[in-house]
Each structure stands twice: as C-alpha cells, then as structure tokens.
Design a protein around this ligand. Structure first.
Ligand code: MRU
Length: 359
C-alpha cells in the first residue's frame, strides 16, 4: 500500500473518498481527516479488507463501492486462462471481503451484485483480460450510480427544508461516505446550491468523531453554516428551538422500518420526538434490507475498547476497565417520520410501503 498527500485547503473541491486509479483502488484515509488529506493506493483485496475494517473508508455506500473494486483486484490477480477459475477467484474474494464489517448492508449488496455480474460474464466466452475489463466496468457503474442516486435523494429531501431552518445531523452521511453528495447531507448541498440559508448542527459522534472530523469538515469546506456540538448537547439545542428537523443516514433499514445507524442516533430520535421535531432518514434502496425482518435482526458491530479508553491518543479511562463499544444502534420505526430514497419518500406503515419501493 502506498500513500499520496493532497492539499485542497485552497480549492475547496469536494474530496472523493473512493475511486479507481487505473490498476489500483484509491482511498482517502478518512481516519486522518481533517488534519491530513492522504490518499492511499491499494493493490490487493487484503488491503481493501483492512481499509474497510479499520475505517479508512467508512459510510455504508462508500464501503460497498470499495468492496466492489476489491473484487476487481481479486480478478486481476488470477493468473490462469480459464473463465471458471477466474469466477472461483472472484467469488472467493467477495466472500472474504464480506467479513470486513457486519452492519452496513451496502457491503453485501455490492458484493452480491459483483458476484452476479461475474457469473454472467464468465458464461459469455470472454478471455481473462476481457473479463477483467467488463468486471471493472460493473464496479465503476456502482460508483457512478451512487453519485446519481445521492443527488436524487437530495432532490427528494429538499422539500422538507425551508429557508432559515436549523437541521441537526449525527455521524457523517455526506460526500465522504458515498461517491458524492452523501445521503443525509445531499439536501444540504442542494439547498446551498439554490441559495437557501440553513444552519446545520453536527453532533461530534463519539467515539470515532465522524461528526467533528468529517461532517463539520466537509460542510465547512462547502461554505455551509455548520455548528459542532458534543453529543450530549443535542437536547439543550433542541430545547432552545434551534432545530426544526433532524436528518441522518443509515447502514441498514429492516423490513419493518427499524433503522440501524451510528451509535447515538436512537437517542437523537427520542429527543426529536420529545421536542416535536421531525426525524428523517435518507438512504439509497441498496441500504434497505427486506430480508432482515426487524432491527433486532441487524448484526451490530462491536469495536475495540481503545476507541473509548484512548480514542484521542491519550488514555482517558482506568487500565483494565470493562468497556462496551457498539458501533451502531437501532432506532425503532415509530420514531422515524419518513425514509427518503432516490425513488421517493416512504412513511408508515413501513412494512407495506418499503416493499412497494421494489415493485
Ligand atoms: O462506522 P461508520 O462511520 O461506517 O458509520 C457510518 C454511519 O453510521 C453513516 O451514518 C451511514 O453509513 C450512512 S452513510 C451515507
């Protein structure tokens, strides 16, 4: 793996977090933001697995895109000349990448799509270089479609925004978490493009601080009014009447409309309900998992204790203390005002209405 550093402090162009570099995957190392902008060149599926696992790339759609390119790297590694052997190699790579993180269903969605594409291509009589080229085109399509899907999510969410509104978000569901625009942040970018004034409150999002390091960073770079809050300040800010809407992304929506998102989201949803503030969830269809009946069936990742005990580089807890560090929580569907997708806005009853999106 090798790295390159970019300085965009003067350009303020949105940063691309994941893209193909010709014969390798390029990942923006999101762990180093906002202090350093470092792009990594990844040449092997093992490097992609590690990049996803260690959260160099994070955010449900971006993880899916990275994994899709990871399977391409697996195919490129095949040294034989037989399409069946190539397919076997690609399927193995895909199964391996599926073990990198458990909660965001976009990872499995992207890997399933790549496996399906590989099986079709392998039956087409192409030689190995033709297979690899067509397989890369599928991963590129996933990335390009995500950009388009995010923009459409933004268009569908924009009618919920009004000039002068205060909007609270949790974690990072922005351009850094997707190919471009983000999900929850997409309507903020579109509002800004149209000259609408909004005031965004970004929860810092302990313990990994995606809100502080990523959301505050990307909104500030775009010139959007953003105020950073420690997580325990959301109630105070809502009680002052400064927030008229909450909008978040999600890692997986269950068939009944329960929503898994970054730890702390459930608390924000409860607070929103207590203050009569609508709670919106923005996501692509690839995040909706009708195979998972309820939020209780969503696998929740637990991460290392060090994220809490020494997350800021300095130890902030006693040695040997017991730690519980779930990376996500589940917001029950009754707290969700609407789920905003590229295909339209879904409201309760979620069980029926989510299904209709796929008809
Ligand atoms: O652990 P992370 O940083 O990958 O978690 C990300 C989130 O929870 C995002 O809110 C979610 O993936 C939506 S991204 C458009």
């Amino acid at each position: 793996m090798s790295g390159m550093t970019t300085d965009n402090s003067t350009t303020h162009e949105p940063l691309s977090s994941v893209y193909w570099g010709g014969d390798h995957l390029v990942l923006l190392d999101q762990r180093l933001l906002p202090e350093e902008i470092v792009y990594l060149k990844l040449y092997t599926p093992e490097e992609v697995w590690e990049g996803i696992h260690s959260m160099k790339v994070r955010g449900a759609p971006a993880i899916g895109i990275a994994a899709a390119f990871g399977t391409v790297l697996g195919g490129l590694r095949y040294e034989g000349s037989d399409a069946g052997g190539w397919l076997e190699q690609v399927v193995k790579t895909s199964e391996y990448l599926a073990t990198s993180r458990p909660t965001a269903v976009n990872l499995f969605w992207a890997l399933d799509r790549m496996k399906l594409a590989a099986a079709k291509l392998a039956a087409d009589g192409l030689d190995i270089s033709g297979l690899n080229a067509a397989f890369l085109a599928e991963a590129e399509a996933i990335r390009a479609e995500d950009e388009d899907v995010c923009r459409r999510i933004g268009e569908n969410a924009l009618p919920f925004f009004k000039d002068g509104m205060g909007i609270l978000t949790h974690c990072n569901a922005g351009g850094l978490a997707t190919a471009k625009y983000g999900t929850a942040l997409a309507p903020m970018y579109l509002a800004h493009e149209q000259g609408m004034k909004i005031k965004v409150f970004a929860d810092e999002t302990r313990p990994v601080l995606q809100g502080a390091r990523l959301t505050a960073f990307e909104l500030q770079q775009a010139g959007i009014d953003v105020t950073l809050l420690a997580d325990n300040m959301a109630a105070m800010v809502m009680s002052k009447g400064w927030v008229q809407a909450v909008i978040v992304g999600t890692d997986r929506v269950a068939a009944n409309g329960d929503v898994a998102n970054k730890i702390g989201t459930y608390g924000v949803a409860v607070l929103a309900k207590a203050h009569g503030i609508p709670f919106y969830v923005a996501c692509p269809l690839s995040t909706i998992d009708l195979e998972t009946p309820t939020g209780a069936d969503i696998p929740i990742e637990e991460r290392p204790a060090e994220e809490i005990t020494e997350g800021f580089g300095k130890r902030t807890a006693p040695q040997g203390v017991k730690v519980y560090n779930p990376a996500f929580d589940v917001t029950p569907h009754e707290y969700v005002t609407a789920i905003i997708t590229e295909k339209g806005v879904v409201q309760a009853p979620y069980h029926e209405n989510l299904k209709k999106l796929f008809e």
